[in-house]
Design a protein around this ligand. Structure first.
Ligand code: SF4
Ligand code: SF4
Length: 377
Protein backbone atom coordinates (compact mmCIF):
# COMPACT_ATOMS: atom_id res chain seq x y z
CA UNK A 1 0.00 0.00 0.00
CA UNK A 2 1.12 3.51 -0.75
CA UNK A 3 0.78 6.03 2.12
CA UNK A 4 0.56 9.81 2.03
CA UNK A 5 0.59 12.55 4.65
CA UNK A 6 -2.82 14.18 5.18
CA UNK A 7 -2.15 17.92 4.82
CA UNK A 8 -0.55 19.51 7.85
CA UNK A 9 -1.93 16.92 10.26
CA UNK A 10 1.12 14.62 9.97
CA UNK A 11 -1.25 11.64 9.79
CA UNK A 12 0.06 8.93 7.47
CA UNK A 13 -3.00 7.65 5.62
CA UNK A 14 -3.39 4.97 2.96
CA UNK A 15 -3.74 6.22 -0.62
CA UNK A 16 -6.83 4.02 -0.90
CA UNK A 17 -9.54 4.66 1.66
CA UNK A 18 -12.60 2.59 2.43
CA UNK A 19 -15.99 4.29 2.39
CA UNK A 20 -18.94 2.80 4.23
CA UNK A 21 -21.63 3.68 1.71
CA UNK A 22 -21.75 0.68 -0.58
CA UNK A 23 -22.00 -2.41 1.60
CA UNK A 24 -24.09 -5.24 0.20
CA UNK A 25 -27.64 -4.68 1.52
CA UNK A 26 -28.32 -8.42 1.48
CA UNK A 27 -25.49 -9.26 3.87
CA UNK A 28 -25.66 -9.31 7.67
CA UNK A 29 -23.87 -6.42 9.41
CA UNK A 30 -21.22 -8.75 10.88
CA UNK A 31 -20.22 -9.90 7.41
CA UNK A 32 -19.91 -6.32 6.17
CA UNK A 33 -17.82 -5.49 9.26
CA UNK A 34 -15.39 -8.24 8.28
CA UNK A 35 -14.65 -6.32 5.08
CA UNK A 36 -13.05 -3.60 7.20
CA UNK A 37 -10.78 -6.20 8.80
CA UNK A 38 -9.85 -7.45 5.34
CA UNK A 39 -9.14 -3.89 4.18
CA UNK A 40 -6.95 -3.23 7.23
CA UNK A 41 -4.97 -6.43 6.53
CA UNK A 42 -4.40 -5.13 3.01
CA UNK A 43 -2.93 -1.90 4.36
CA UNK A 44 -5.97 0.40 4.19
CA UNK A 45 -6.09 2.59 7.30
CA UNK A 46 -8.55 5.36 6.31
CA UNK A 47 -12.20 4.50 6.97
CA UNK A 48 -14.93 6.97 6.12
CA UNK A 49 -18.61 6.83 6.94
CA UNK A 50 -21.65 8.96 7.77
CA UNK A 51 -24.67 8.46 10.02
CA UNK A 52 -27.05 8.04 7.03
CA UNK A 53 -24.97 5.64 4.91
CA UNK A 54 -26.26 2.11 4.31
CA UNK A 55 -29.74 3.06 5.53
CA UNK A 56 -28.33 4.34 8.81
CA UNK A 57 -26.37 1.16 9.59
CA UNK A 58 -22.91 2.09 8.36
CA UNK A 59 -21.59 3.55 11.64
CA UNK A 60 -22.90 0.46 13.40
CA UNK A 61 -21.01 -1.79 10.96
CA UNK A 62 -17.88 0.29 11.58
CA UNK A 63 -18.44 -0.11 15.34
CA UNK A 64 -18.67 -3.91 15.06
CA UNK A 65 -15.41 -3.93 13.10
CA UNK A 66 -13.57 -1.38 15.25
CA UNK A 67 -14.12 -3.38 18.45
CA UNK A 68 -11.55 -5.82 17.11
CA UNK A 69 -9.17 -3.36 15.47
CA UNK A 70 -6.26 -1.80 17.42
CA UNK A 71 -7.23 1.89 17.65
CA UNK A 72 -3.74 3.12 16.76
CA UNK A 73 -3.82 1.24 13.46
CA UNK A 74 -6.55 3.18 11.67
CA UNK A 75 -8.15 6.57 11.13
CA UNK A 76 -11.89 7.10 11.20
CA UNK A 77 -13.87 9.80 9.49
CA UNK A 78 -17.56 10.64 9.76
CA UNK A 79 -19.84 13.59 9.05
CA UNK A 80 -22.77 15.80 9.95
CA UNK A 81 -24.83 18.09 7.71
CA UNK A 82 -25.38 21.64 8.93
CA UNK A 83 -29.06 21.46 8.00
CA UNK A 84 -29.61 18.34 10.12
CA UNK A 85 -28.93 20.05 13.43
CA UNK A 86 -30.95 22.56 15.39
CA UNK A 87 -28.16 24.12 17.47
CA UNK A 88 -24.67 23.45 18.82
CA UNK A 89 -25.90 21.23 21.68
CA UNK A 90 -27.83 19.09 19.23
CA UNK A 91 -24.74 18.79 17.00
CA UNK A 92 -22.55 17.90 19.98
CA UNK A 93 -24.99 15.14 20.96
CA UNK A 94 -24.88 13.78 17.41
CA UNK A 95 -21.07 13.70 17.54
CA UNK A 96 -21.31 11.71 20.79
CA UNK A 97 -23.81 9.34 19.18
CA UNK A 98 -21.38 8.66 16.31
CA UNK A 99 -18.63 7.90 18.85
CA UNK A 100 -20.93 5.55 20.72
CA UNK A 101 -22.10 3.72 17.58
CA UNK A 102 -18.55 3.25 16.32
CA UNK A 103 -17.12 2.25 19.73
CA UNK A 104 -14.27 4.74 19.51
CA UNK A 105 -13.19 7.45 21.96
CA UNK A 106 -12.29 9.94 19.25
CA UNK A 107 -12.92 10.62 15.56
CA UNK A 108 -9.85 11.53 13.54
CA UNK A 109 -11.52 13.49 10.74
CA UNK A 110 -14.96 15.01 11.29
CA UNK A 111 -16.64 16.51 8.22
CA UNK A 112 -19.02 19.40 7.94
CA UNK A 113 -20.91 17.35 5.40
CA UNK A 114 -22.14 18.04 1.92
CA UNK A 115 -21.75 21.75 1.42
CA UNK A 116 -23.60 22.22 -1.87
CA UNK A 117 -23.90 26.00 -1.75
CA UNK A 118 -22.53 28.90 0.31
CA UNK A 119 -25.66 29.04 2.51
CA UNK A 120 -24.72 25.60 3.89
CA UNK A 121 -21.28 26.91 4.80
CA UNK A 122 -22.72 30.03 6.46
CA UNK A 123 -25.22 27.82 8.29
CA UNK A 124 -22.39 25.63 9.63
CA UNK A 125 -20.40 28.66 10.79
CA UNK A 126 -23.29 30.52 12.47
CA UNK A 127 -23.25 31.19 16.18
CA UNK A 128 -24.61 28.18 18.09
CA UNK A 129 -24.16 26.08 14.94
CA UNK A 130 -22.30 22.97 13.80
CA UNK A 131 -18.77 24.37 13.67
CA UNK A 132 -19.08 25.71 17.20
CA UNK A 133 -20.07 22.23 18.41
CA UNK A 134 -17.18 20.63 16.55
CA UNK A 135 -14.70 23.05 18.12
CA UNK A 136 -16.04 22.11 21.54
CA UNK A 137 -15.71 18.40 20.73
CA UNK A 138 -12.19 19.04 19.47
CA UNK A 139 -11.22 20.87 22.67
CA UNK A 140 -12.44 17.87 24.62
CA UNK A 141 -10.40 15.45 22.49
CA UNK A 142 -13.44 13.83 20.87
CA UNK A 143 -12.40 15.02 17.39
CA UNK A 144 -8.88 15.48 16.07
CA UNK A 145 -9.43 17.39 12.84
CA UNK A 146 -12.38 19.40 11.50
CA UNK A 147 -12.72 19.04 7.75
CA UNK A 148 -15.50 19.49 5.19
CA UNK A 149 -17.02 17.82 2.17
CA UNK A 150 -18.27 19.69 -0.84
CA UNK A 151 -19.79 19.14 -4.25
CA UNK A 152 -19.24 22.72 -5.33
CA UNK A 153 -17.02 23.80 -8.14
CA UNK A 154 -14.58 26.62 -8.71
CA UNK A 155 -14.80 29.87 -6.81
CA UNK A 156 -17.11 28.84 -3.99
CA UNK A 157 -15.12 25.85 -2.80
CA UNK A 158 -11.98 28.01 -2.97
CA UNK A 159 -13.59 30.61 -0.70
CA UNK A 160 -14.32 27.96 1.93
CA UNK A 161 -10.82 26.52 1.64
CA UNK A 162 -9.27 29.97 1.98
CA UNK A 163 -11.30 30.70 5.11
CA UNK A 164 -8.64 28.58 6.84
CA UNK A 165 -11.07 27.00 9.32
CA UNK A 166 -10.74 23.47 7.94
CA UNK A 167 -7.79 21.06 7.82
CA UNK A 168 -8.95 18.93 4.92
CA UNK A 169 -11.59 18.46 2.28
CA UNK A 170 -13.52 15.62 0.68
CA UNK A 171 -14.22 16.46 -2.97
CA UNK A 172 -16.02 14.67 -5.78
CA UNK A 173 -13.12 14.47 -8.20
CA UNK A 174 -12.25 11.71 -10.64
CA UNK A 175 -10.64 11.09 -14.00
CA UNK A 176 -13.77 12.16 -15.90
CA UNK A 177 -14.29 15.51 -14.21
CA UNK A 178 -10.83 16.55 -13.00
CA UNK A 179 -10.26 19.39 -15.50
CA UNK A 180 -13.37 21.04 -14.05
CA UNK A 181 -12.63 20.39 -10.37
CA UNK A 182 -8.89 20.87 -10.22
CA UNK A 183 -8.98 24.50 -9.06
CA UNK A 184 -10.50 23.33 -5.79
CA UNK A 185 -7.92 20.56 -5.42
CA UNK A 186 -5.03 22.97 -5.99
CA UNK A 187 -6.49 25.58 -3.63
CA UNK A 188 -6.74 22.93 -0.90
CA UNK A 189 -3.20 21.73 -1.52
CA UNK A 190 -1.94 25.32 -1.46
CA UNK A 191 -3.64 25.79 1.91
CA UNK A 192 -1.86 22.68 3.26
CA UNK A 193 -5.05 20.65 3.48
CA UNK A 194 -5.51 16.93 2.96
CA UNK A 195 -7.63 16.16 -0.12
CA UNK A 196 -9.78 13.04 -0.20
CA UNK A 197 -11.38 12.16 -3.53
CA UNK A 198 -14.85 10.66 -3.35
CA UNK A 199 -16.60 9.02 -6.30
CA UNK A 200 -13.34 7.83 -7.88
CA UNK A 201 -15.30 5.70 -10.35
CA UNK A 202 -17.95 8.36 -11.07
CA UNK A 203 -20.68 6.53 -9.17
CA UNK A 204 -20.07 3.24 -11.02
CA UNK A 205 -20.24 4.86 -14.42
CA UNK A 206 -16.64 3.94 -15.30
CA UNK A 207 -16.89 0.18 -14.59
CA UNK A 208 -20.28 0.09 -16.30
CA UNK A 209 -19.00 1.70 -19.51
CA UNK A 210 -15.51 0.31 -19.88
CA UNK A 211 -15.90 -0.39 -23.59
CA UNK A 212 -16.57 3.31 -24.25
CA UNK A 213 -13.83 4.61 -21.98
CA UNK A 214 -10.77 2.87 -23.42
CA UNK A 215 -9.17 6.29 -23.99
CA UNK A 216 -8.50 6.43 -20.23
CA UNK A 217 -6.13 3.46 -20.30
CA UNK A 218 -2.52 2.56 -20.97
CA UNK A 219 -0.54 -0.68 -20.93
CA UNK A 220 -3.43 -3.12 -20.90
CA UNK A 221 -5.11 -1.74 -17.77
CA UNK A 222 -8.89 -1.46 -17.54
CA UNK A 223 -10.59 1.97 -17.43
CA UNK A 224 -11.50 1.25 -13.78
CA UNK A 225 -7.85 0.57 -12.93
CA UNK A 226 -6.78 3.67 -14.85
CA UNK A 227 -9.28 5.80 -12.90
CA UNK A 228 -7.82 4.61 -9.60
CA UNK A 229 -4.21 4.90 -10.81
CA UNK A 230 -4.92 8.48 -11.83
CA UNK A 231 -6.00 9.48 -8.30
CA UNK A 232 -3.42 7.42 -6.39
CA UNK A 233 -0.65 8.74 -8.63
CA UNK A 234 -1.65 12.40 -8.14
CA UNK A 235 0.49 14.09 -5.48
CA UNK A 236 -2.36 16.57 -4.95
CA UNK A 237 -4.77 13.82 -3.86
CA UNK A 238 -4.22 12.26 -0.44
CA UNK A 239 -6.80 9.45 -0.42
CA UNK A 240 -8.99 7.90 -3.12
CA UNK A 241 -12.11 6.81 -1.29
CA UNK A 242 -13.83 3.65 -2.48
CA UNK A 243 -17.13 2.17 -1.37
CA UNK A 244 -16.20 -1.51 -1.31
CA UNK A 245 -18.81 -4.24 -1.20
CA UNK A 246 -16.56 -7.30 -1.60
CA UNK A 247 -12.97 -8.48 -1.08
CA UNK A 248 -12.26 -8.64 -4.82
CA UNK A 249 -12.80 -4.89 -5.16
CA UNK A 250 -10.43 -4.26 -2.25
CA UNK A 251 -7.81 -6.53 -3.87
CA UNK A 252 -8.08 -4.71 -7.18
CA UNK A 253 -7.79 -1.23 -5.62
CA UNK A 254 -4.84 -2.25 -3.44
CA UNK A 255 -3.06 -3.80 -6.37
CA UNK A 256 -3.46 -0.57 -8.34
CA UNK A 257 -2.19 1.42 -5.34
CA UNK A 258 0.90 -0.80 -5.05
CA UNK A 259 1.94 -0.15 -8.63
CA UNK A 260 0.45 3.26 -9.27
CA UNK A 261 2.51 5.14 -11.78
CA UNK A 262 1.46 8.79 -12.09
CA UNK A 263 -0.15 9.73 -15.41
CA UNK A 264 2.41 11.20 -17.80
CA UNK A 265 1.71 14.52 -19.47
CA UNK A 266 0.99 12.68 -22.69
CA UNK A 267 -1.56 10.44 -20.95
CA UNK A 268 -3.23 13.41 -19.29
CA UNK A 269 -3.46 15.26 -22.60
CA UNK A 270 -4.99 12.22 -24.25
CA UNK A 271 -7.62 11.92 -21.51
CA UNK A 272 -8.36 15.66 -21.55
CA UNK A 273 -8.76 15.75 -25.31
CA UNK A 274 -11.41 13.02 -25.07
CA UNK A 275 -13.37 14.69 -22.29
CA UNK A 276 -16.03 17.27 -22.96
CA UNK A 277 -17.97 19.72 -20.81
CA UNK A 278 -20.61 17.02 -20.49
CA UNK A 279 -18.47 14.91 -18.16
CA UNK A 280 -19.21 17.22 -15.26
CA UNK A 281 -22.92 17.04 -15.87
CA UNK A 282 -23.40 13.46 -14.85
CA UNK A 283 -25.28 11.84 -12.02
CA UNK A 284 -22.93 10.24 -9.51
CA UNK A 285 -25.62 8.05 -7.89
CA UNK A 286 -25.18 9.74 -4.50
CA UNK A 287 -28.93 9.43 -3.79
CA UNK A 288 -29.45 12.82 -2.13
CA UNK A 289 -32.40 13.55 -4.42
CA UNK A 290 -34.42 10.64 -3.10
CA UNK A 291 -37.19 12.84 -1.67
CA UNK A 292 -39.65 13.09 -4.55
CA UNK A 293 -43.27 13.62 -3.42
CA UNK A 294 -44.34 11.76 -6.58
CA UNK A 295 -42.04 8.79 -5.91
CA UNK A 296 -40.25 9.25 -9.21
CA UNK A 297 -37.10 7.07 -9.24
CA UNK A 298 -34.91 10.09 -10.01
CA UNK A 299 -31.59 8.39 -9.40
CA UNK A 300 -32.39 5.60 -11.86
CA UNK A 301 -33.58 8.05 -14.50
CA UNK A 302 -30.53 10.27 -14.10
CA UNK A 303 -28.21 7.26 -14.35
CA UNK A 304 -29.88 6.33 -17.65
CA UNK A 305 -29.60 9.92 -18.81
CA UNK A 306 -25.83 9.78 -18.16
CA UNK A 307 -25.45 7.69 -21.30
CA UNK A 308 -27.08 10.40 -23.35
CA UNK A 309 -24.88 13.11 -21.81
CA UNK A 310 -21.61 11.22 -22.01
CA UNK A 311 -21.89 9.25 -25.18
CA UNK A 312 -24.29 11.38 -27.20
CA UNK A 313 -26.73 8.49 -27.61
CA UNK A 314 -29.41 9.30 -30.18
CA UNK A 315 -33.06 9.94 -29.18
CA UNK A 316 -34.05 6.84 -31.09
CA UNK A 317 -31.73 4.70 -28.97
CA UNK A 318 -32.93 6.38 -25.77
CA UNK A 319 -36.52 5.50 -26.71
CA UNK A 320 -35.48 1.87 -27.25
CA UNK A 321 -33.58 1.93 -23.96
CA UNK A 322 -36.62 3.25 -22.06
CA UNK A 323 -38.75 0.41 -23.43
CA UNK A 324 -36.08 -2.09 -22.44
CA UNK A 325 -35.56 -0.62 -18.97
CA UNK A 326 -39.30 -0.75 -18.21
CA UNK A 327 -39.68 -4.25 -19.54
CA UNK A 328 -36.50 -5.90 -18.27
CA UNK A 329 -34.21 -3.43 -16.61
CA UNK A 330 -33.74 -0.78 -13.98
CA UNK A 331 -37.31 0.57 -14.14
CA UNK A 332 -39.11 -2.76 -14.09
CA UNK A 333 -40.53 -2.28 -10.61
CA UNK A 334 -41.34 1.42 -10.78
CA UNK A 335 -44.89 2.63 -11.28
CA UNK A 336 -44.19 6.35 -11.24
CA UNK A 337 -42.98 7.55 -14.63
CA UNK A 338 -41.11 10.73 -15.49
CA UNK A 339 -44.28 12.53 -16.65
CA UNK A 340 -45.53 12.50 -13.04
CA UNK A 341 -43.05 15.29 -12.23
CA UNK A 342 -44.81 18.42 -10.95
CA UNK A 343 -41.61 20.50 -11.11
CA UNK A 344 -41.66 21.25 -7.39
CA UNK A 345 -37.84 21.60 -7.49
CA UNK A 346 -37.14 19.61 -4.34
CA UNK A 347 -34.77 17.21 -6.11
CA UNK A 348 -32.81 19.97 -7.84
CA UNK A 349 -32.28 21.77 -4.53
CA UNK A 350 -30.67 18.64 -3.05
CA UNK A 351 -28.73 17.50 -6.11
CA UNK A 352 -25.01 17.42 -5.29
CA UNK A 353 -24.13 17.86 -8.97
CA UNK A 354 -26.60 20.72 -9.60
CA UNK A 355 -28.20 18.77 -12.44
CA UNK A 356 -31.21 20.15 -14.37
CA UNK A 357 -33.31 17.17 -13.26
CA UNK A 358 -36.67 18.65 -14.25
CA UNK A 359 -35.54 19.37 -17.82
CA UNK A 360 -34.00 15.91 -18.11
CA UNK A 361 -37.20 14.31 -16.84
CA UNK A 362 -39.11 16.16 -19.56
CA UNK A 363 -36.84 14.55 -22.18
CA UNK A 364 -37.26 11.18 -20.53
CA UNK A 365 -41.06 11.57 -20.38
CA UNK A 366 -41.01 12.22 -24.13
CA UNK A 367 -38.93 9.09 -24.76
CA UNK A 368 -41.10 7.03 -22.43
CA UNK A 369 -44.25 8.17 -24.25
CA UNK A 370 -42.69 7.14 -27.55
CA UNK A 371 -41.56 3.82 -26.12
CA UNK A 372 -44.98 2.57 -25.04
CA UNK A 373 -45.10 -0.01 -27.81
CA UNK A 374 -43.92 -3.61 -28.00
CA UNK A 375 -40.18 -4.09 -28.25
CA UNK A 376 -38.91 -5.34 -31.59
CA UNK A 377 -37.22 -8.68 -30.87
S1 SF4 B 1 -39.21 18.34 -9.33
FE1 SF4 B 1 -40.30 16.53 -10.08
S2 SF4 B 1 -38.85 14.86 -9.82
FE2 SF4 B 1 -38.10 16.58 -8.58
S3 SF4 B 1 -38.92 16.18 -6.53
FE3 SF4 B 1 -40.39 17.53 -7.59
S4 SF4 B 1 -41.87 16.15 -8.56
FE4 SF4 B 1 -40.09 14.90 -7.96
S1 SF4 C 1 -29.51 13.28 -9.53
FE1 SF4 C 1 -28.05 14.48 -8.29
S2 SF4 C 1 -28.61 14.09 -6.14
FE2 SF4 C 1 -29.64 12.54 -7.43
S3 SF4 C 1 -28.31 10.78 -7.36
FE3 SF4 C 1 -27.75 11.94 -9.19
S4 SF4 C 1 -26.13 13.35 -8.55
FE4 SF4 C 1 -27.07 12.55 -6.68
Amino acid sequence: MKYKIYGKTEKKVSAIGMGGMRFNMEKPLQESAELLHYALEKGINYFDTAPQYHEGKSEEIFGIAFKQMPRDNFFVSTKLMPERITNADDAYEKVCLSLEKMHVDHIDFFHVWCIRKMEHYFDAMRQDGLYEALLRAKDEGLINHIVFSSHQQGDEVQKIIQSGVFEGVLLGVNILNFPYRWDGVLAAQHQGMGVVAMNPLAGGLIPQNEDKLRFLTSEGETPTEAALRFLVGCPEITVALNGFSCEEHIDMACEVAENARPFSEEELNRVKSNLTDSTINICTACGYCDTCPKDIPILKYMQLYNNRVLFDISEEKMIEDMAFQHEWGLLGEDNSWADACIACGRCERSCTQHLPIITRLKDIAKWEAASKKPLKV
